[in-house]
Design a protein around this ligand. Structure first.
Ligand code: HQG
Length: 205
């Protein structure tokens, strides 16, 4: 079993289905490390040393140990109702949401919704958003007018691993990023600065 598969399985347990390995999460999303190891070892092999390496080297820093390493949790991405004590932040003026083109009609009409997760996930830069979008198909990046949302009273949080989260993004705060990397801007049109919220949606298309 490759360690990336084990890491994915740990994310699955700590975000979505702790019961699948017989573990429980407390209200802040913490599982006992002892229980997680026992649960994972029901179906595959994982030592404490290997778990420490997964936590330390995970490309997105998805997991945190408690200081004494007796507990572990996912930093974000949950579908189970837990409060991982994210920091509420004043967001950057513009944030990015990577998705797939097949979702855009729905997103244009109803905005971004969290789906099965607790929050809509937003990226701080367009390159990361493209990677997120590619998980679903042909990527499309939306610019989120987070500055205006914050002024209008929407709350933003930042997880331990730098993902921005908010409950929902209504369509009036969204525009498509036609200058996004890998998105083949029209010929003769040079990619320039991202996120000019002064442009209307039509101007961005
Ligand atoms: C889309 C990964 C139709 C949304 C990433 C997305 C992220 C809509 C999909 C984290 C919609 C949900 C989360 C609407 C949103 N109509 N589709 N109104 N509103 N959608 O996987 O943001 O590797 O639950 O655009 O890096 O893709 O797991 O969310 O395409 O941070 O650590 O519904 O997962 O991190 O998909 O990704 P997801 P996401 P990890």
């Amino acid at each position: 079993m490759r360690k990336t598969d084990t890491s994915r399985y740990i994310a699955y347990l700590l975000r979505h289905r702790p019961d699948a390995a017989g573990i429980t999460l407390d209200e802040h999303g913490w599982a006992k490390v002892e229980d997680l190891l026992a649960g994972v070892n029901r179906t595959r092999s994982l030592t404490m040393e290997e778990l420490e390496k997964i936590v330390r080297t995970d490309g997105k820093q998805r997991y945190s140990f408690s200081p004494d390493k007796t507990r572990i949790r996912a930093n974000q991405g949950h579908s189970v109702q837990v409060d991982v004590e994210m920091t509420e932040v004043v967001p950057p003026t513009i944030l990015y949401h990577g998705t797939a083109t097949r979702f855009c009609d729905s997103i244009d009409s109803m905005g971004l919704i969290p789906g099965s997760r607790l929050y809509v996930h937003l990226s701080g830069d367009p390159e990361t958003a493209v990677k997120v979008g590619k998980r679903h198909g042909k990527p499309l990046v939306y610019l989120v007018d987070a500055g205006r949302m914050a002024m209008d009273g929407f709350r933003f949080f930042r997880s331990e691993n730098g993902v921005y989260l908010t409950k929902a993004v209504p369509p009036e705060y969204l525009s498509r990023d036609t200058n996004g990397p890998d998105l083949n801007p029209k010929e003769g049109q040079k990619p320039d600065t991202h996120g000019n919220p002064a442009l209307s949606k039509n101007e961005q298309e």
